[in-house]
Design a protein around this ligand. Structure first.
Ligand code: GDP
Length: 367
């Protein structure tokens, strides 16, 4: 029996059979005429971007991030046409370990610079872990409550597909689109884990490192390379019980900075304490950033550095494309595993294995 409750022993309790359930898909849906979205042309994209239309800008960024060759072709054309409108912004890299307070701080920093200096702000991100975790945490709108609803801000999470080099290139290209759309302040956020800092450093004018006090041996956890990149180190959560510890940490960082060679820019990296949560000391941080900008524009380093970065990205693009072409070559894909095994088993030296693979690749390219 379908409903045992209907048995005679369950007195006073009956269950109706109910009706047949309707299909979960609306049967009339397929009769509706479908309007295919018109594909935008390169000129449409460029026009929309230059006019500052955020919907078009977002669509163009999606194109930049796409792995489809036909999207990439359009994206590259759009970027090229946007280049003459780009370049006139200040680009700030913001890094810190998870929990350092990046999202809280960027929210406050963003509001401060918009209020103090006007203009428009784009917040982008490079998250090397996003490929594994299938979804980026950095640059996520929900983490920046006030900034995300600010009319002059544009927040975009990290591109998620591909190698760190590929992800970083896409962020760099997105910077160009944002600048063409009139964003004159760009924040690039990243997690403090090493390689991604180098990528961010190669596309920003000022590198801001957020640190925490009170984790014990402060300086040990910091990779030397990251500290050397910093133009400013800011100790967050300098509030309440933590204030003294933050000040102490600042002194330790200042002392540690003396051990590094003087930066090429001629600028002496500053160490400041602040509280993102209570909005204390935020003005001082941005006074410092703008002072740095004046300083490097005055001594020519700003221009020099941007040129160096362009050169770096030219070589990065070459490397990335060569690597891609090599590893996606069907002949190489077929041979690679076998050669690797031979090397592991000691039947082939690494050098000979590499040479045989490269020879095969170059031979294949000739055809
Ligand atoms: P993220 O992982 O680097 O983006 O860090 P979040 O911005 O998410 O902050 C991590 C935690 O630290 C949150 O619980 C924040 O509320 C807290 N936090 C952030 N800034 C401050 C601060 O200035 N003072 C204090 N006391 N807590 C803060």
């Amino acid at each position: 029996m379908e409903h045992p409750e209907n048995c005679a022993e369950y007195k006073g309790l009956t269950v109706n059979a109910g009706i047949e359930q309707p299909a979960s898909v609306n049967p009339y849906l397929k009769n509706r005429p479908r309007h295919k979205k018109r594909e935008l042309s390169v000129a449409d994209y460029v026009d929309g971007i230059v006019k500052g239309e955020t919907t078009i800008l977002s669509q163009a960024v999606t194109l930049v991030e796409s792995l489809k060759p036909e999207h990439q072709a359009v994206a590259q054309e759009v970027i090229e046409k946007c280049l003459p409108y780009a370049g006139s912004s200040i680009r700030v890299g913001i890094s810190g370990v998870p929990g350092a307070g990046k999202s809280t701080s960027i929210d406050v920093f963003g509001l401060h610079v918009l209020e103090q200096y006007g203009g428009k702000l784009a917040v982008l991100a490079i998250d090397p872990s996003s490929e594994r975790s299938k979804g980026s945490i950095l640059g996520d709108k929900t983490r920046m409550e006030k900034l995300s609803v600010h009319p002059k801000s544009f927040i975009r999470p990290s591109p998620s597909a591909g190698s760190l080099g590929g992800v970083a290139r896409k962020t760099r290209e997105t910077i160009i689109l944002c600048e063409a759309a009139g964003y004159d302040k760009i924040f690039v956020e990243t997690v403090g884990v090493g390689q991604s800092e180098t990528a961010v450093h190669s596309m920003v004018d000022f590198f801001l490192l957020i640190q925490l006090a009170g984790t014990g041996d402060e300086l040990q956890g910091i990779k030397r390379g990251i500290m050397e990149m910093a133009d400013g180190i800011v100790i967050n959560k300098a509030d309440g019980d933590n204030l003294e510890r933050a000040k102490l940490a600042a002194t330790q960082f200042r002392n540690a900075l003396h051990l590094f060679p003087a930066p090429e820019s001629g600028w002496t990296p500053q160490v400041l304490t602040y509280s993102g949560f209570y909005n204390l000391g935020v003005k001082e941080i941005w006074d410092m950033v703008y002072k740095y900008m004046d300083f490097v524009k005055e001594n020519g380093y700003f221009e020099y550095r941007r040129n160096e970065q362009s050169k770096y990205w030219m070589y990065e693009s070459i490397n990335e494309q060569l690597r891609d072409s090599f590893y996606h070559n069907p002949k190489i894909e077929a041979m690679l595993g076998e050669r690797e095994q031979q090397v592991l088993q000691g039947n082939l030296t690494s050098f000979v294995a590499a040479k045989s693979l490269l020879d095969t690749y170059f031979e294949d390219m000739k055809r």
